[in-house]
Design a protein around this ligand. Structure first.
Ligand SMILES: [Zn+2]
Length: 304
């Protein structure tokens, strides 16, 4: 399996314009492009007449208005969150206030593991600490709507509370930020966990759905092959880290410079955290040693 991932870096969609994307599914792009969001976050409207909205997006009055416009004459029955990052969940509050619809999500924002003494949640700026779902869901739960049903799939890793949703009776799966068509997903401790993330990739790889609608970027076709390449990419990165450690490199900044060739400088911090995520996973598996808990400033080595 080649570790090349066939990324699609086009998305023919203007912000705020509602457009059909799959049978019974519409999407609207938030006007929040950036190095972590691609062209912006995508909100999805599922059903007709009585609808669910998946990922209402950030606090953005224009986007909330566009969502309400898109469902004018319809009833919003469910507001569903894939995970609590600020570009996905905070818009739920305004949408709930306008529609009265209850919110659904795995749970509040939390780190994937306990923090070390003195450690701060580094990417906390990205977390939405205010969101609390009206209905907490777990993997296997089915959210029943009017003419549709969504099966929740626990996919922790990008965040501890990440959920994907399969649209029952179709080929469609809402993959959130777990699997995206334009880029790999960011896994940044302590928000994210690479061990959880890899387990979640294997969980989703075993599913039959072939079309993924992600939180950022266009539809992913041939999704099982795409996910297999995502997994191969992570295994490749793991091999690169082990290779560099074998050459005597010991710290995360040096590893990042050696492994992430041609990296967008705005993503250096994310690359360092992603490398830490791999090192945490490798240390947990006994393949890498460090003194104390793995940390961003730690020194790493291969076992003798
Ligand atoms: Zn996210």
């Amino acid at each position: 399996m080649s570790e090349e991932i066939p990324f699609n870096r086009t998305l023919d969609l203007a912000p705020g314009v509602v457009a059909p994307v799959a049978p019974g599914v519409r999407r609207i792009l938030v006007n929040n492009p950036g190095p972590f969001t691609f062209k912006g976050t995508l909100s999805y409207i599922v059903g007709r007449g009585k609808v669910a909205i998946i990922d209402p997006g950030p606090v953005d009055g224009g986007h909330t208005a566009a969502l309400l416009d898109a469902v004018r004459g319809e009833t919003v029955t469910h507001i569903i969150i894939t995970h609590t990052h600020r570009d996905h969940s905070p818009g739920a509050a305004a949408l709930k206030a306008a529609t009265g619809a209850p919110t659904f999500g795995e749970g509040p924002h939390r780190p994937s593991r306990d923090l070390f003494i003195g450690e701060s949640p580094r990417l906390d700026a990205g977390g939405d600490a205010d969101f609390m779902p009206d209905h907490c869901i777990t993997g296997g739960d089915v959210i029943e709507g009017h003419g549709f049903a969504l099966e929740a799939i626990a996919t922790p890793g990008h965040t501890a509370n990440h959920m994907a949703f399969a649209l029952k009776g179709t080929d469609v799966l809402f993959s959130g930020d777990h699997v995206m068509g334009w880029s790999t997903s960011i896994v940044a401790p302590p928000d994210g966990s690479m061990s959880d993330y890899l387990a979640s990739l294997h969980r989703i790889a075993a599913r039959p759905e072939t079309a993924y609608l992600p939180g950022h970027g266009d539809v992913i076709r041939d999704a099982p092959d795409f996910v297999a390449r995502y997994i191969a990419h992570r295994r490749g990165r793991e091999a690169s880290i082990l290779h560099r450690l074998g050459k005597g490199e010991t710290d995360i900044p040096t590893l990042v410079r050696a492994i992430y060739i041609g990296l967008d400088p705005r993503l250096t911090g994310a690359a360092a955290l992603s490398t830490l995520a791999h090192l945490e996973d490798l240390a947990a598996r006994g393949l890498v040693l460090t003194d104390g808990a793995p940390s961003i400033s730690g020194r790493y080595r291969l076992p003798p």
